[in-house]
Design a protein around this ligand. Structure first.
Ligand SMILES: [Zn+2]
Length: 375
């Protein structure tokens, strides 16, 4: 529960409200809103091509937070659910009315309205799509992305949301361009139709709550490794250790957030009657258009080999070769390419025999494979 004690003072109160408002920081929200389109079926091309719009409006919801609005429907409590503040929270009733009857609307509001805010916006999106109001629909879709993003930031799903200032260290500083933002990626997957939206939302919130400990233990670990005692600014060594500890979980949460958002958007399209739910099972054409990096051929090679890959959408593509110690030894592609199948011949005549890694990157996602050069 967000209890703001009067003795804390004005400056810290402002700080707390600020932290409440920014799940993942603006970088993380942009990443989620931009990359979710990679999971969508081709029938949603209209959405896929506008990923930069969703990225641009990824944090509009934070901009609407107004601390003087204390109603149940205010913007501020829409960004979190302190689910573990409730007793027996794994079996928490999903109905807002039931919760209010059990715990009173002030406690319900203080604990956050994230699941229902997502529901309200889904209803709006379906209606806007149904009547062809694309301008509003795109903004609502961006907001749903924001709330789905918040629901995948573990610390937005617990009463213990800011132990020792960890909240912004984890979501903003660690994932800033100075530190590990560039290490985020997702693997394109597919969407599914969400038949019970409220159950689906509570499932992912409970999952996020289950990984809160990973963030908190990561903080303890990073302090021990870096020797930082928690006062003043954390050193780079702290963030390196925090990233090491939380990396696998954080990447998994980004993957889950983007798949969740894509499935919510897809569900709204189906419910608005824009596409048939046959896209649930991706047809062969869609499968063939997924992001994929093939094994080079021949492999082992001497000294030339062909690398092919498939791009689901166009964009700036990088294909680079690295030695096993991480040294970059060749850039094979660094340009804008269109969707579809591509291939490039790699001439390794100036390299020594041995194993190398090649990495394909398009926007926020990447794939890596190993090749062997035997001279
Ligand atoms: Zn937020």
């Amino acid at each position: 529960m967000r209890k703001i004690l009067p003795v804390i003072g004005v400056v810290i109160i402002v700080g707390i409200l600020y932290l409440d408002a920014f799940g993942w920081g603006s970088n993380g929200h942009r990443f989620i809103n931009r990359n979710s389109v990679y999971h969508l079926p081709n029938q949603m091309q209209l959405f896929i091509q506008d990923s930069s719009f969703f990225a641009l409006h990824a944090s509009d919801a934070d901009g609407r937070v107004n601390s003087s609005d204390t109603s149940l429907y205010a913007e501020a409590p829409r960004h979190y659910l302190d689910i573990d503040d409730y007793p027996n929270f794994h079996n928490l009733p999903h109905s807002l009315d039931t919760l209010i009857a059990l715990y009173g609307w002030e406690r319900v509001k203080d604990n956050g309205t994230l699941p229902w805010a997502t529901m309200w916006n889904m209803d709006s999106l379906v209606n806007q799509l149904r009547r062809g109001d694309w301008t509003r629909a795109y903004l609502t879709a961006s907001d749903i992305g924001h709330y789905a993003g918040d629901a995948h930031q573990p610390l937005h799903n617990t009463w213990n949301y800011n132990p020792g200032g960890l909240h912004s260290r984890y979501e903003s500083t660690m994932l800033s361009p100075t530190y590990y933002l560039s290490q985020l990626y997702i693997v394109p997957d597919s969407v599914h139709y969400v038949s019970s939206r409220i159950n689906f939302i509570f499932d992912y919130i409970l999952h996020s709550n289950s990984v809160v400990d990973t963030v908190i233990h990561g903080d303890t670990y990073a302090k021990a490794i870096s020797g930082w005692n928690g006062s003043g600014t954390a050193p780079a060594a702290y963030y390196t250790a925090l990233w090491d500890y939380t990396r696998v979980m954080t990447l998994d949460q980004m993957q889950r957030a983007t798949e969740t958002l894509a499935s919510l958007w897809y569900t709204a399209w189906v419910d608005a009657g824009l596409i048939l739910p046959t896209g649930v099972e991706a047809p062969p054409l869609t499968r063939a258009m997924e992001f994929s990096l093939a094994q080079n051929y021949p492999n082992p090679c001497n000294p030339t080999t062909t690398i092919s890959y498939t791009l689901p959408v166009g964009g700036t593509v990088f294909l680079k070769v690295f030695a096993l110690d991480g040294r970059e030894v060749a850039t094979l592609v660094s340009e804008n390419q269109s969707a579809g199948r591509q291939q490039v011949v790699f001439d390794a005549s100036r390299l020594a025999s041995g194993a190398y890694v090649y990495r394909l990157q398009l926007g926020g996602f990447a794939q890596t494979k190993k090749l062997l050069l035997l001279k």
